[in-house]
Write a protein that binds this ligand. Structure first.
Ligand SMILES: *Cc1c(COP(=O)(O)O)cnc(C)c1O
Length: 383
C-alpha cells in the first residue's frame, strides 16, 4: 500500500500535479482533448476511460489523500456510489447497509436494486453487532457512512471493517462528511472510500463531482463497470477540482474550529434545547469519534426550544443562508424535515431521531463571532 509520507497540505497542494514543460507555468496545464493518438502510444486515452492527463493526475492526488493505491474521478458523488456498489453486487447478492444514509444513496438502493435482483437490508442501529447480525450467506458488501446525516452519529469504522474481513466481504464507506482531512478509513481497514467531491473537496459550492479510492485491484473492478456506465467527469471540472483541493486542508481545519466554537456556543444558549456535534463531550459517540477522527468536521445539527418557530428563525438569518447543499466556505442551514428527509413519513423520521424542528448547520470559514452574532440576532427576533 502507498505510504502517506507527506502532510495533508502538501498532498493537497502538490500530489499528482502535471508539469508544464513548455511554458513552466505554476499550475497543471489543462488538456481538453477528447481525441488522442492511438498509434505508438502506451495508453489509449479517452475521457470516458477515466484516463486523460488531468483525470489521471487528479486520481493520484485523491489516492494520496486517502492512503489508497488508486482512484477514479466521477461526474457526481452518486455516480461514484452507484458504480462502486453495482461493481461488487450481482444478481442474487445481498448488501448490508447502515440504517441512516445520505438520501440519494438510500433512494438508489430502495428504488433500483430490486430491478437488478440485488437484496439489501438496513441495520436497526449503528452498533457493529447490528451489521454482523444482518450478514447472510449471499452477502457481498457492507456499506457505512460516518458521521451520519443529519444527527452526526458515529459508526465504529475499525469494528465494521473487521466484521467485513471475517466474512470475506467488501467494505465501503461514504466519507463525505468527514473529508480526507479528518478521517482516513483505509488506514482503519476499509476497502473502498467514496466521496461526494461536491462537498468539502470542491468546497466552494460550484462543482459537482465524486471519487472512489481503494486498492488497484478494487479500483480496476469498479473501472470495468464505470467505463460502460459512462459517469466520468469532464476535464475542465477535473482541473477546477484540483484547484479547489489545494486549499482543502486549511479550509476544513478552519471549519472544524468554527464548528467546535459554534457547537459550544449553541449548547450554552438558553433558547437552544439540543446540539449534535461529535466534538462536544456531551455527544454520546465523542470518545469513539476521538479514536477515528483527526478533527470533528464542519457539520453540526441543533434544535431550538420547541415553542420557537424554526422556519422563521432561518428567515431572520443574514449571514447564514438556508441552502440545500453543504460543506462550502459559506455557512448554510437546512431543515431536514422539509428537505433532505421530507420524503420520509413523520414516523420514519421519529424512528431515526429527526425532530421536525431539527436544523442542520454547515459551518463555513467566516469569523465564528460573526456567525454567533447572526444566530443571536435571529433568535432575538423570534422569542
Ligand atoms: C451530497 C452527498 C452525496 C451525493 O453526492 P452528489 O455529488 O450530490 O452526487 C453522497 N453522500 C453524501 C454524504 C453527500 O452529502
Amino acid at each position: 500500500m502507498a505510504k502517506k509520507n507527506r502532510g495533508i497540505n502538501t498532498i493537497c497542494t502538490h500530489s499528482g500535479e502535471l508539469k508544464d514543460n513548455e511554458f513552466k507555468g505554476a499550475v497543471s496545464p489543462l488538456y481538453m482533448s477528447t481525441s488522442y493518438a492511438f498509434e505508438d502510444v502506451e495508453v489509449k486515452r479517452y475521457p470516458r476511460y477515466f484516463n486523460t492527463p488531468n483525470q489521471q493526475a487528479l486520481s493520484i492526488k485523491m489516492a494520496a489523500l486517502e492512503n489508497g493505491e488508486a482512484a477514479l474521478i466521477f461526474g457526481s458523488g452518486m455516480a461514484a456510489v452507484s458504480t462502486a456498489l453495482l461493481a461488487f453486487l450481482h444478481k442474487g447478492d445481498h448488501v448490508v447497509l447502515q440504517q441512516t444514509l445520505y438520501g440519494g444513496t438510500s433512494n438508489l438502493v430502495v428504488e433500483e436494486f430490486e430491478k437488478f435482483g440485488i437484496e439489501y437490508s438496513f441495520t436497526k442501529d449503528l452498533a457493529p453487532s447490528s451489521f454482523e447480525s444482518e450478514v447472510r450467506e449471499n452477502t457481498k458488501v457492507i456499506y457505512i457512512e460516518t458521521p451520519s446525516n443529519p444527527l452526526l452519529t458515529i459508526t465504529d469504522i475499525t469494528a465494521v471493517a473487521e466484521i467485513a474481513k471475517q466474512h470475506g466481504l467488501v467494505s465501503m464507506i461514504d466519507n463525505t462528511f468527514a473529508s480526507p482531512v479528518n478521517q482516513n478509513p483505509i488506514d482503519l481497514g476499509i476497502d473502498i472510500v467514496l466521496h461526494s467531491a461536491t462537498k468539502y473537496m470542491g468546497g466552494h459550492s460550484d462543482i459537482l463531482a465524486g471519487t472512489a479510492i481503494a486498492s488497484e485491484k478494487h479500483i480496476d473492478t469498479i473501472f470495468q463497470l464505470a467505463k460502460n456506465l459512462g459517469g466520468s467527469l469532464s476535464d475542465y471540472t477535473v482541473w477546477l477540482l484540483e484547484r479547489s483541493l489545494k486549499t482543502m486542508g486549511i479550509r476544513v481545519k478552519a471549519q472544524n474550529e468554527n464548528a467546535q466554537k459554534l457547537a459550544e456556543f449553541l449548547e450554552a444558549h438558553p433558547d437552544v434545547s439540543k446540539v449534535y456535534y461529535p466534538g462536544l463531550k456531551s455527544h454520546p459517540d465523542h470518545e469513539l469519534a476521538k479514536t477515528q477522527m483527526k478533527g470533528f468536521g464542519g457539520m453540526l445539527s441543533f434544535e431550538l426550544r420547541e415553542e420557537l418557530d424554526f422556519s422563521k428563525f432561518q428567515k431572520k438569518l443574514n449571514l447564514i443562508k438556508p441552502s440545500m447543499s453543504l460543506a462550502g466556505v459559506e455557512s448554510t442551514i437546512l431543515s431536514p424535515s422539509l428537505t433532505s428527509h421530507g420524503l420520509l413519513t413523520p414516523e420514519e423520521r421519529e424512528k431515526q431521531g429527526i425532530k421536525d424542528g431539527l436544523l442542520r448547520f454547515s459551518v463555513g470559514i467566516e469569523e465564528a463571532e460573526d456567525l454567533m452574532e447572526d444566530i443571536e440576532q435571529a433568535i432575538s427576533q423570534i422569542v
